[in-house]
Design a protein around this ligand. Structure first.
Ligand SMILES: [Zn+2]
Length: 453
């Protein structure tokens, strides 16, 4: 049964509206690129959600926003893994370093499968009605679906490109999913997954195809607004691949705005890798998303043909936002610096938001007194291969007094090293501080073997 508080679905390309009882995935006229957007009957929703309701609500997971989720109000059973309710940090050290007064970090590595994708997968397993579930993914969406399919006992098939990170594949297999590693790109895996779902009658969890998954991701936006006491930020910076997360964040703020709970929708800023820039190109051009070759170390946002591109462009423009690209080198530097200055270890695609922030500070597109939220979408622990080189080296020491001598020298050398305490632009901050170069030289002499090699 489709939820009765959903009024209709509308195609992002041709604008045709559909009865949610009659169409499951994309627009029958436009095909797979005709992604459908979910519209609610706010007269049914409004009595169930307000600032006062939420102040009384004790559930800290995404289900506190159940009134705004595409699950029928009459459905009794919902999955029990705790999704959402992730921290929004004040990041004092990072604020001080960047000279920003109102910077926040939304840490979505803190979900059961360690990524924001859990917010979408929970909607898929709830709506699957016992069917086998499947998805194609660069990694996180798949591991998230596998984790949640395991929690409710659904069979799960996953299509990944063969270069998907090891840790994510292991997580899939451990949770009992059957994994097909497609000898091709993410885009090839996506097409094969759709075909298999059609053939075998599985429930398709692909965002940018299944209209309800963006609705799960919107809980990130709902949480940011509520955690800031409804004083919404001026900008939210979002790592962007397919365009589903940024559309989700927009939808969260849009719902609250339409319900009169907040007074404006923040500017949404999409950060893409220079090697995977389709949505940023569309934003800077005529708004049409065209496929491009995708090459970036940030596997989570490595997408040649963004499946939710048209919707993302529309939402970013509606929010008066824009896009920015960052290089792989900037992403790696950002990942390391973010971990060192906040304790949040993001994966490369998750750290892209911070790399984007640095670019925007350099260019003056973001002011230092703006209220800005950085969205960190996934944990670095799942993509360590990408950063083994950038992480640095361990100091290998002998047992006993010879080793202790080295420990002593290392401590002395470190005590004379000072990290830069203010950000002076990416051109200077990407380089080692001069004292650090001395330390690096000292360590190099000691270290014969790179950690992890
Ligand atoms: Zn259409």
């Amino acid at each position: 049964m489709p939820p009765d508080h959903i009024s209709h679905l509308q195609c992002v390309l041709c604008g045709t509206t559909y009865d949610p009882a009659k169409v499951t995935y994309t627009c029958p006229t436009c095909g797979p690129t005709g992604v459908l957007e979910v519209y609610y009957d706010y007269e049914q929703v409004a009595p169930r959600i307000s600032r006062a309701h939420l102040a009384q609500e004790r559930d800290t997971t995404i289900w506190r926003y159940r009134a705004l989720l595409p699950i029928s109000y009459s459905q009794k059973e919902i999955p029990t893994l705790a999704i959402g309710g992730t921290p929004l940090y004040q990041v004092e050290r990072l604020r001080k370093y960047l000279g920003m007064s109102d910077l926040w970090l939304k840490d979505d590595t803190r979900n059961p499968s360690a990524s924001l994708k859990d917010r979408a997968s929970i909607i898929a397993v709830t709506r699957a009605e016992g069917k086998t579930v499947a998805c194609a993914s660069t990694g996180n969406a798949a591991s998230s679906l596998a984790v949640q399919a395991a929690s409710v006992g659904l069979s799960c098939y996953i299509f990944v490109p063969q270069n998907a990170p090891r840790a994510k594949i292991v997580q899939l297999l451990m949770c009992g999913a059957t994994v097909f590693a497609v000898q091709g790109s993410y885009d090839d895996a996506f097409d094969m997954c759709i075909e298999a779902c059609n053939t075998f009658g599985w429930y398709n969890r692909n965002t940018g195809y299944n209209p309800y998954l963006v609705e799960g991701k919107k809980t990130a936006g709902l949480e940011i607004a509520e955690q800031l006491g409804w004083h919404v930020p001026e900008s939210v910076i979002v790592p962007t691949g397919d365009g589903c997360i940024i559309s989700g964040v927009y939808r969260g703020f849009e719902d609250l705005y339409l319900l009169g709970i907040i007074d404006h929708i923040p500017r949404l800023i999409a950060v893409q890798a220079e090697g995977s820039p389709a949505i940023v190109r569309a934003l800077e051009g005529d708004g049409v998303v065209r496929p491009c070759e995708a090459h970036t170390i940030a596997d989570g946002i490595s997408v040649g043909l963004p499946r939710n591109g048209a919707m993302a462009v529309r939402h970013i423009r509606a929010s008066h936002g824009f896009g920015v690209t960052v290089s792989d080198a900037e992403i790696l530097t950002a990942e390391k610096e973010l971990a060192r200055r906040t304790g949040v270890f993001a994966e490369p695609s998750g750290a892209a938001s911070y790399a984007g922030l640095l670019r925007l500070l350099d260019s003056g597109k973001i002011a230092r007194d703006e209220r800005v939220v950085l969205l960190v979408t996934g944990s670095g622990l799942k993509s360590i291969d990408a950063v083994v080189e950038a992480a640095g080296s361990v100091v290998s020491i002998e047992k006993g007094s010879a080793g202790m001598n080295v420990v002593e020298k290392t401590v002395q050398s470190l005590s004379s090293t000072k990290e830069p305490d203010t950000y002076r632009g990416s051109r200077t901050s990407n380089k080692e501080p001069s004292a650090g170069r001395g330390l690096r030289g000292f360590l190099k002499k000691l270290v014969s073997k790179k950690w992890g090699s």
